[in-house]
Design a protein around this ligand. Structure first.
Ligand code: ZN
Ligand code: ZN
Ligand code: ZN
Length: 263
């Protein structure tokens, strides 16, 4: 299994429009952040988590040519507004889309043309919406387990896939979700900025939560324009790193139910 960070930025992206701060004008390519999204590949299977406004650019940059499914974490614009560009991936067969109930309701309301019944409607996405079973759903060899998280006043999902978990956009992790996060090789967690924020973890909160979860390695994502990649890398403990667009991580094992399959 391999993950690729398609985007690691907060809702504005980095640089932020009209800003001339040091990070927005930095020459370090790791300070250029599309809106947060993740590609997961394993064998012939490709899955994306969230399709923000730059999904087309992200798909081109990472040479995505097919998708087996899309998972959504929540219905904020920076995670959903690239949905129309899924039409390429549903030209020959409808594309399966999974998410929490509020995302599925939102897609039905905002993008009704993408979930209609007609078999072919020229130029429109054809999506089939599915609730995510709480005990997980398998796409190829990958089992996606939803992790309920709190992001402001709403419950959103993170996802666990084998010994990897992706927890973008969250302020707190409910006590009941912690057992779902044991034994992780790699954790990706929200860490918007150094200063506290009402709906996102600060970097110190991300570090504290990562310590509680006790993953092998942790990457911080959904970073804003006040966070310089190099400075954050120096600030974080040795087993934690800032994520950046284009970063790929390969896993030697894929957890399939109770079994660890080694490749
Ligand atoms: Zn977001
Ligand atoms: Zn800036
Ligand atoms: Zn959000």
């Amino acid at each position: 299994m391999e993950i690729t960070f398609l985007g690691t930025g907060t809702s504005h992206g980095v640089p932020r429009i009209g800003c001339s701060c040091e990070v927005c004008t930095s020459n370090d390519p790791r300070n250029k952040r599309f809106r947060s999204s993740l590609l997961i590949s394993e064998g012939d299977t490709s899955v994306v988590i969230d399709t923000g406004p730059e999904f087309r650019l992200q798909a081109l940059r990472s040479h995505i040519t097919r998708l087996d499914a899309v998972f959504y974490t929540h219905n904020h614009a920076d995670h959903m507004n690239g949905i129309d560009d899924l039409r390429v991936f549903s030209e020959t067969a409808p594309l399966n889309v999974y998410g929490p109930p509020q995302v599925l309701d939102d897609i039905r309301q905002r993008f009704p043309y993408a979930v209609g019944e007609n078999p072919w409607r020229g130029g429109l996405p054809q999506l089939i919406l599915h609730d995510v079973p709480m005990d997980g759903i398998s796409i190829g060899n990958l089992n996606f387990v939803p992790i309920p998280l709190v992001h402001g006043c709403r419950e959103v999902y993170g996802y666990r896939i084998g010994r990897f978990a992706y927890l973008t956009d969250c302020k707190t992790i409910p006590e009941s979700s912690l057992p779902l996060l044991s034994g992780l090789e790699v954790l990706v967690i929200d860490g918007l900025r150094y200063k506290s924020h009402p709906t996102h973890m600060s970097i110190d909160e991300a570090i504290a939560n990562a310590r509680t979860i006790d993953a092998g390695t942790t990457y911080i994502t959904h970073l804003n324009h006040r966070v310089d990649h190099g400075e954050l890398d120096a600030y974080l403990p040795e087993d934690m790193h800032p994520a950046y667009d284009g970063l790929r991580i390969s896993f030697s094992t894929v957890e399939r139910g109770e079994t660890h399959v080694r490749y």
